[in-house]
Design a protein around this ligand. Structure first.
Ligand code: BMA
Length: 331
């Protein structure tokens, strides 16, 4: 019989969520899929690497937008589909965004997509080349035709992540103002919009902390709505004597005022430890961009880029994850 207490995840059931139980010898709050990586670097003929990619439930299966660095080392976005969330078919051709205004649709580069279903559209946000990195936005109904909108930030900005519903009538976005280079700073901010076009009321959400998140942080997957607040998984960067190390952590944000942090775990959830996370085009990177959640079971499946080369999958139970954040919060 189903549990009688209210479900933690405030969203639909997803009975076909990819899932694997935590290995018996593992005590971590987030554990990796045993057959990682789920997406190899050479899945399509043009790909040098496929990573930092976003997936959503779609039409009984799954669809997504994938970061493909091609064999010219141009950064492109490709659509893809899967029936089980594990075996993916990617369109071998990059997405051609449609739009009226050539100023906006002149594609320079695109990377680190997120996909957010809001009402009847799937919105894609990504780091879009427009006189430097900014946040591009497009929408699709079917992952075939993509309509590009105005950029939603000025340059320079990265990690633009939408909330999946209006909050008190307004749309919200998290982003990370940055620079033209391999930014050595960065905090997460929240912006509000009446219409997904005009953005304002920019609020500070959270900044760097000691240790794994001491250089910069940036929002990861679209936040998951729970009874305890918006569950935000984000990446944090440490500068080691050998360069940047990207790990992932979690926080809970207020449901009504999402710039307010309720609690935030001091330890990371996952850091680069497996070979495919430590070795690749950019070593020592785990970079989550999407999370699936099943409200019935509390299961979560998190997709993350590994070493800027391949895509991995890891799992969590929402109640355990929230307990972990609360028990380890330094907020
Ligand atoms: C960031 C972005 C990510 C990348 C990371 C590590 O600035 O470019 O796409 O995964 O660096 O190289």
């Amino acid at each position: 019989m189903a549990a009688s207490h209210p479900k933690t995840i405030m969203g639909p059931a997803l009975p076909n969520i990819p899932w694997e139980a935590r290995p018996s010898r593992c005590h971590d709050v987030v554990w990796r899929y045993s057959r990682n990586p789920v997406i190899p670097r050479d899945l399509i003929p043009c790909s040098n690497s496929i990573f930092n990619s976003a997936v959503v439930p779609c039409e009984g299966g799954f669809a997504g937008v994938f970061r493909v660095d091609d064999r010219r080392r141009f950064m492109r976005l490709h659509s893809g589909r899967s029936t089980d969330g594990i075996n993916w078919q990617l369109n071998p051709e990059p997405i051609q965004f449609l739009g009226e205004d050539p100023e906006i649709c002149r594609f320079e580069y695109g990377y680190d997509p997120r996909v957010c279903r809001i009402e009847d559209r799937y919105y894609i946000t990504w780091c879009n080349g427009y006189h430097g990195p900014t946040i591009g936005m497009a929408y699709t109904h079917d992952f075939e035709t993509f309509h590009q909108c105005e950029n939603i930030t000025l340059p320079y900005n990265r990690n633009g992540v939408l909330f999946p519903r209006r909050i008190n009538g307004k749309y919200y976005m998290l982003s990370r103002p940055s620079d033209t280079r391999h930014t050595s700073f960065g905090d997460i901010f929240c912006s509000e919009s009446p219409d997904l076009v005009y953005w304002g009321r920019h609020r500070f959400v959270m900044g760097t902390r000691k240790g794994w998140q001491s250089t910069k942080i940036g929002a990861g997957p679209v936040p998951i709505e729970t009874q305890q607040g918006w569950l935000l998984i984000y990446h944090g960067v440490l500068t080691s004597c050998n360069g940047y190390v990207y790990s992932a952590g979690a926080a809970l944000l207020d449901l009504d005022e999402p710039w307010r942090v309720i609690c935030r775990a001091a330890p990371y959830l996952i850091s680069p430890q497996r070979d495919y996370e430590c070795v690749g085009d950019v070593p020592n990177v785990v970079f989550p961009c999407a999370a699936l959640a099943d409200a019935d079971t509390g299961r979560m499946a998190i997709y993350y880029g590994c070493a800027d080369t391949v895509t991995g999958l890891c799992f969590a139970q929402v109640d355990e994850l929230i307990d972990f954040i609360k028990a380890n919060s330094d907020e």
